[in-house]
Structures are given as structure tokens and as C-alpha cells.
Ligand binder design. Structure first.
Ligand code: ATP
Length: 243
């Protein structure tokens, strides 16, 4: 059976730096996979290549058999990929609902008017922000701003959801709530690729993890096994002490 999402030979150079080196992996529908590695190993670059922030120098990216590489970001969004960013990126002058409406107008099947408002409110409830649609973004606390980001990403009903350190910066209570929320998306069948340094979250959410070091994929398998892999332990010891 063909994988729902497939990356082959993905490569990216920034000047003299080979940030991603011939990376291959597949995701099956409904899988939640951690993309791990020390700082600077290329994880965010892979997310940026998938979502079309910049083009790859080589390789292919396919979703449901359709090529995504080479498409601009808005077309990739329409093909069903949505993401959150490392730093919250919301429009501060707009209401929470308007922020979600904005992403709905870029989604796979753009909706407008009443239907869009219904979908926005549904996405806000989904992330625990029922009744918050009229609030202004700066009036929300940090975790609720993160929830709005997630609502924007799920409102379009993506086929693939990319979470780039969505759990970073939360206190322990918020972290537990955020892990439960991502877990509930997983239970609903979402396919998620998750870049994360918080191993508690990775262990709780990702049955499988992929590890990168210096642009290369060095491990891919069950999370518990991967985290005990000698090359992975060495990569972290030689890089940042995040494990
Ligand atoms: N737009 C860019 N221009 C030039 N170099 C870049 C760019 N984006 C990333 N890099 C470089 O590519 C390498 C990989 O960076 P990337 O952000 O993908 O790593 P990462 O694994 O996501 O790290 P972190 O865990 O710190 O977020 C780094 O050396 C980084 O400095």
C-alpha cells in the first residue's frame, strides 16, 4: 500500500550549508510521528520544505500521490497541509474568530460567510476556546494564543498537520493540557508530524519518531527504541542536551 505522505531524497542547501541531506520517510494515514534532533539538525527546515516556505534543492514530497514540491505555500495549503509555527504568528488587531476565518479562506476547500463562521467556532471549541471568538488576540494568555494557532491549523481539516514546537514555552499544567489536546486530535484520526524538544510530550504522543543530525536522518522507528539508539544518544550528547 502506498503511504499517504512520502518524502524521497529531500535536500536543502543554504549557501555552503547542507541543512537537509537526502531525507526519506513515509507517513501512514492517522500516524503521529515525532521529528527530533539537536538544535540546527534540520527539523524546522524539513517542515518549511513540506509547507513551501522555500523550495527544496532536490527530492520529492507527495501527499496522497500528488507532488507538493515546487508548489507555492498557498497551493500546498490547498492540497491539505497546515502548520503551526515555532513562534505564535497571529494577527493581533483581529479578533480570535477573524484569525481563524483568515486561515479558512486559504484552506483546501475555501468557505465563506455563515458556513465559515460556523467552521471557525467549531475549530475554536475543538481546541478548548468555546465562546472566545470575539476576544482580541493580545488579551489572551500564551497557551490560549497557541490554541488559536492550532484552531487555525485544524479549521481547514488538513490531511497533514505540522506542529513545530507547538508545546514549547508552556508551564507544567499547561503542558499537560496541551498534550491532552494533541492526543485528542490523534484520537480523531489526524495525521501529525511534530517537531518537539519536550521528550515527555514525544513519549506521550508519538508511537514513532524520526531523528535528524546535521541534516541527515539517523533513526526512524518506535520512539522508545529510537531514544535508546546509540547514534541518537551520541547526537544529543554532541549537540544540545535536550533529551
Ligand atoms: N533561512 C535560512 N537561511 C540560512 N540558513 C538557515 C535557514 N534556516 C535554517 N538555516 C540553517 O540550517 C540549519 C538547520 O536549521 P533548522 O532550523 O532546520 O534546525 P532545527 O533542527 O529545526 O533546529 P532547532 O531545534 O534549533 O529549531 C541550521 O544550521 C540553520 O542555521
Amino acid at each position: 500500500m502506498r503511504a499517504m505522505f512520502e518524502i524521497r531524497g529531500l535536500s536543502k542547501r543554504f549557501g555552503g550549508l547542507q541543512a537537509v541531506k537526502a531525507v526519506d520517510f513515509d507517513l501512514a494515514e492517522g500516524e503521529v510521528v515525532g521529528l527530533l534532533g539537536p538544535n540546527g539538525s534540520g527539523k524546522t527546515t524539513v517542515m518549511n520544505l513540506i509547507s513551501g516556505v522555500f523550495p527544496a534543492n532536490g527530492g520529492s514530497i507527495r501527499l496522497g500521490g500528488r507532488r507538493l514540491d515546487g508548489l507555492p505555500a498557498h497551493r500546498i495549503a490547498k492540497e491539505g497541509v497546515s502548520r503551526t509555527f515555532q513562534l505564535v504568528r497571529l494577527a493581533p488587531s483581529l479578533s480570535v474568530r477573524q484569525n481563524v476565518l483568515l486561515s479558512l479562506s486559504f484552506g483546501a476547500r475555501p468557505v465563506s460567510g455563515r458556513e465559515a463562521e460556523r467552521r471557525a467556532d467549531e475549530a475554536l471549541s475543538r481546541v478548548g476556546l468555546e465562546g472566545v471568538g470575539d476576544a482580541r488576540v493580545p488579551d489572551l494568555n500564551y497557551i490560549d494564543q497557541k490554541r488559536v494557532e492550532l484552531a487555525r491549523a485544524v479549521a481547514t481539516r488538513p490531511r497533514l498537520l505540522l506542529l513545530d514546537e507547538w508545546l514549547a514555552g508552556l508551564n507544567p499544567t499547561e503542558l499537560r493540557a496541551a498534550i491532552a489536546l494533541v492526543g485528542s486530535l490523534r484520537d480523531d484520526g489526524a495525521t501529525i508530524l511534530l517537531v518537539e524538544h519536550i521528550m515527555e510530550a514525544v513519549r506521550a504522543l508519538c508511537p514513532r519518531s524520526i531523528v535528524m543530525r546535521a541534516g541527515e536522518k539517523i533513526a526512524d522507528g518506535p520512539t522508545a527504541e529510537v531514544l535508546n539508539d546509540r547514534r541518537v544518544v551520541e547526537a544529543y550528547l554532541g549537540g544540545a542536551a535536550h533529551v
